[in-house]
Structure formats: structure tokens, C-alpha cells
Design a protein around this ligand. Sequence first.
Ligand SMILES: C[S@@+](CC[C@H](N)C(=O)[O-])C[C@H]1O[C@@H](n2cnc3c(N)ncnc32)[C@H](O)[C@@H]1O
Length: 476
Amino acid sequence: MKFSQLLFPACAASALAHSDAHNHHHDAHRSHGLAGVCGSGALPLSDGESTCGSDTEYLAAGHNDVFAQKPLDGIWRCPNGTECDYAHKHNWTHSSPCFTSPTTGTEFCVFTDAEFAEGRGTSFVMPARRADYIATTPAFVEPDRVKGVNQDLKRIVPAKYDMKEFPGKGMGLVANTYIQRGDLIMANTLSLMIDYRVFDELTWDEYAQLQAFAVDYLPDAHRAAIMNLSTHDGGNLTHVATVDKITATNAFDIDPDADDEQQDHGFFVVFPEIARMNHDCRANADYYFDHETLTQYIHATRPISPGEELTLSYINPLMRREARLRKLQRTWGFKCACPLCTQEAGRAKASDARIKQIRELRGQFRSYKPESLANPQMAELFISLHEQEKLWGAMYEAYAFAALEYNGIGEPWTATKWAQLAVEWGIPAVGEKDQDVIEMQKLAEDPWAHWSWMLRSKKRAGWGRKDGEEEEDDEY
Ligand SMILES: C[S@@+](CC[C@H](N)C(=O)[O-])C[C@H]1O[C@@H](n2cnc3c(N)ncnc32)[C@H](O)[C@@H]1O
């Protein structure tokens, strides 16, 4: 799931898993000026337009290369100094209007490629340099990678769902067939991607205009699908204000990819078909964003019967009932009436107690200090608590912790069993490129060679420590 971190010790080569705020329906209401999903720390390397060195111009290069540099002699050079001729700017159908931030001098423009993904189109609101970087991803340069992805505007395979009205919730999606756990329900390339900085650095008039242009430049059917989306509470608004309400009600927060130089600035992203899914604290589907295909994937996290509503969790599901109700009311403006939020007091209390215990246990698993109490029995309890709580989207994480705990005391076969389950449940929930999934694949392949092998035992016994050396304070 996207709300926790399955953290591996800092000493291990494995990268960290998802950030707390990774790719979810936005839970910080941008118009209230709360920090966006990715914060707004100073950048080591800012936009080319504003702080690029005077003798060097940076442009996005091939997606695996970082950036090519153009010195004054006019020869494109890759970061390693060799000449490269692939640096280019994307040929956008539209690349205006623009507004400049008075605080940082960063210029934000609308960029639309109406031909993207077989003519579905896509729009960005961000600095030119960032849009050009995104246009070097495989979704743009290898169009076959996104061929047939969007079924909603050009359907050639039957939909697994219908749209219908749900009393008190507006429209929603309902399964029209039996869907197995792990099945793909739908996928969509992004329609509108907004750099979160615009909400802090531009005025409402400016950023609302940019959003409206970005929507208006899209091909007609696509534009109509966005303009039909819910504004949550309706109202008689101008076109610009309507678009702003639509993005606020329907956008997902998405973190930058690992190669994006502007790591601190996340995105606000709209996928109109996926946005029809309503919230449930124990959702039957989960989502992840793939930066190579610029596609959001939705998979079933448990078996779903025809007639069941298809749901996503808009918030971190590991919150107490009261906290969930408050968060959904404050950010989304509705009183949660999902089965978990409306169960009778005794069961709600028991659920809250399980959630508390899950959070405590996770703290133990994430620590590799000798005093951590984590052990395989606690990991088995962790799995059971996830099952009792119906946290299907997070099961892979529970299996992964069990794999690490068993491997950590030198039980390779049980560790492999849990690692394989983590992979099997992780792929539909977070995608095959997710670092946790990759780590579990490595563990299952060779538990003895994995960084976690005997790590708990070693830490507790103080193995590998020289006399007088302090136990390092692992930072997670
Ligand atoms: C992303 S949209 C979901 C689709 C929307 N129902 C529609 O008609 O297009 C989010 C909005 O749907 C409504 N909504 C989603 N989940 C809900 C729930 N569990 N209970 C009540 N309203 C809900 C709220 O108005 C929320 O602001």
C-alpha cells in the first residue's frame, strides 16, 4: 500500500519502498495552502529557466540519461562529457499560456500533446524543462508502450464495470463480472498533470486559468470526460472555477520518478475514468502509477462479485475510525458511511485496537537496533491482523515483513514462502517495478545472499562489531 513504508535497513543496498504520500488521492487540500504531498524544500538544481548556470543550458535527454548539457560552443554533451545528439525539446501541440512565480521566478506553462496515446491527448502544467523531461519517457518516445491502454474512450475489450449512481455518493463503478484478486480492472494514461508548486507560487486566478487551458486543449471526447466529473457539491460556477473544482475533487497525488531532478515537487494528476471510483476504508481495489508508461493501474485486491461497487481508499487505511471520519470530512467533504466506519461501537473499538497494534508492530519490524523486539511470531501476528482488518492492499507488506523476520534468524525456507507471497500480492498492488517487490524476488531467489540473512541474530549478538564500537543508529 502507498501509505506506509516497508523500510529496509539503511545499511542494506535495497532502496526504500513507497513514501507515505506516494500516489494517492490528494489528502492535503491544496487550496487551503497546506503542504502538498512532496513538501517544498529548496532544490539542489532548480529549473533551467531560473537558475541554470550562465554558460550551460540543460535540456531533457533520453530517459535513462540524466540531462545533456549545451555549452556555449553549441555541442550537446552528456553528463559524462561525451558528445550526444539526442537532446531535444518535445513538439507540443500547445505550449502556452505561462505565468511566472514572483517568489522563485519559475515560469509555469501549459503543455499539451493532443496526439499522445493514440490521439487521446495529455496536458501538463509545469516548467518547460520538466515537461520536456517527461516527454522523454517511453510513453512518448515508444508509443507502442501505451497502445490499447486506454479502453474507456476507444473500447476494444469489454469493461469489467458499469457506471451507476450510488445514493449519497454520486456516480460510482460497479463490477459487471466476477473479478479475481490481482486482475487488472482498468488503466489510464494521465490526462492532466500539474506541478504542485503552482498552488503555492501562483495566484488562484493564474493557476486556475492554466488548468482550464490544459483541459480545453485536449481532444473533444477527452475534454468532455473531464468536464463531466464531479465537483462534489455542484454550484453555478464559471468554466475556470468548475475546472478547478473538478481537479480538487478528482486528482491523485503522484510522486516524481527517481530520475526527476525536481524530487521535492510532486504532481496533482487527473484520470477521469479512474476518478469515478468512490472511497471505502477497506477498498477492494488498489492503484499505482507507472512513470515509464505514465499510466495509473487499478487491480482487484480481493475477489469481487458482479454487483459489488469497485472502491479505492482515498486515505491511509491505518487510521482510527474517528481520525478517518475527520480526514474524509475535512479533505473530501463527505461523512464516511463505508462498512468499517458504520459498524457498531464494540466492533469499531476492536478494529481500532487492531490498527493500533499493526502500527506498533510495524515500528518494531522497521528497527534493526538490537533492542527491537521483532521476531517471526510477531510477523505471523501482523499477517493475521491484516487479514482480520481486511487490509488486502497491504497484505504484501505483511508477507514481506514475515520474510525478513524469518530470514533474519536464519530460516530460509519459511522466509522464501513469505517472500514469494509478497511478490504475488505485491505485483498487482504496487507493480512489478516496486522496490519492495524486487527485494522480495531477490530474497526468494537466494535467501542466504540477501542482506537480511541472519541480520536480526547478528544485531542481537553484536556480531561484526569491533571492541568499543557503538551500534550504529540506523536511520529509517
Ligand atoms: C473522486 S470522486 C468519486 C466519483 C464521484 N462520486 C462522481 O460522482 O464522479 C470523489 C467524490 O465522490 C464522493 N464520494 C466518494 N466516496 C464517497 C463515499 N464513500 N461516501 C460519500 N461520498 C463519496 C464525494 O463527493 C467525493 O468528493
